[in-house]
Design a protein around this ligand. Structure first.
Ligand SMILES: [Zn+2]
Length: 220
């Protein structure tokens, strides 16, 4: 049962009702189909962050940074849909991506051997942040078709190529499904055709969720 505060938040953000129904559907999947206890502990933290992001009205993407020994040194999430956040973190802007959020929490001095774990394939913006932060490796749970081809960025020049992190992903199984589902649910809720205002959905938003929907249906 959602709290009245949570219900009010979704009602305000998605007054046509798509948000709460998608939250219920996702919650049902979370509780009944996902074998949470069997997840790698790092993936479990990333998934927790993605769920927290979704519940807060953001896109539903979580990220974790581990050091060279595999110890978790920071957790973060997408905060694009929120009007507040921790000090030093971006929020309420389309730049408030999960990977940038978690990297901004990695304390100086720079650590070597960092791995970023993200529930969704990092975009070019986040990939560039990883280059600047000398991230050694990135693991992502679900493919994001909006950023197909980002792996060709090392072709830009020798500097980018020298710092380009190793990549593992997408994963398979529940973590991949859940990692792709939450952004898709957010896209669908944001472009629901039954908006009471009657305003047409921007074509770029329709393209966003249709592209992600095609991708998601191929992995389920
Ligand atoms: Zn990004």
């Amino acid at each position: 049962m959602k709290s009245s505060a949570e219900r009010a938040k979704w009602s305000d953000r998605f007054p046509w009702g798509a948000g709460p129904s998608l939250v219920r559907a996702s919650a049902a999947m979370w509780s009944s189909a996902m074998m949470y206890a069997e997840l790698d502990p790092v993936w479990a933290q990333a998934v927790d962050q993605s769920w927290e992001s979704f519940r807060a009205g953001s896109i539903g993407i979580g990220a974790v940074v581990t050091d060279g020994s595999g110890t978790v040194v920071a957790v973060g999430r997408n905060r694009a849909g929120e009007d507040s956040g921790p000090a030093g973190r971006l929020y309420g802007t389309r730049m408030a991506h999960a990977e940038v959020d978690v990297l901004s929490a990695v304390a100086a001095p720079r650590r070597e051997g960092l791995t970023v774990w993200s529930t969704l394939q990092p975009c070019a913006f986040c990939a560039a942040a990883m280059v600047l932060m000398k991230v050694s490796h990135v693991r992502f749970a679900a493919r994001d078709p909006l950023w197909d081809g980002v792996e060709r960025l090392p072709e830009l020049n020798p500097f980018v190529a020298s710092r380009w992190p190793g990549r593992t992903g997408p994963e398979s199984g529940e973590v991949a499904v859940f990692g792709g589902l939450l952004p898709l649910a957010w896209c669908c809720a944001s472009s629901a055709p039954t908006h009471p205002s009657g305003a047409s959905t921007p074509s770029r938003t329709r393209h966003c969720w249709r592209t992600r929907l095609r991708c998601w249906t191929t992995v389920t």
